[in-house]
Design a protein. Sequence first.
Length: 70
Amino acid sequence: MDDIFDKIDPQRMRHLLRLLSGHSFGQVLITDTDPARLHAAIDGLALESRFFHLDHTGITREKAQRTVAR
């Protein structure tokens, strides 16, 4: 999903993330221009996440990996 959270309100964003964290979906890639918004949105949800930063120099992976037990 490309920058979807810029287009919906925070309540719908959390609802969408809850749906995506269910067993019906596999790997989901989400892009966002506001990393803080995405971090806040997944806080407390039962899912595993990895964050990457893409800019003109390439792709870097954030060192912190968040896993919340289901």
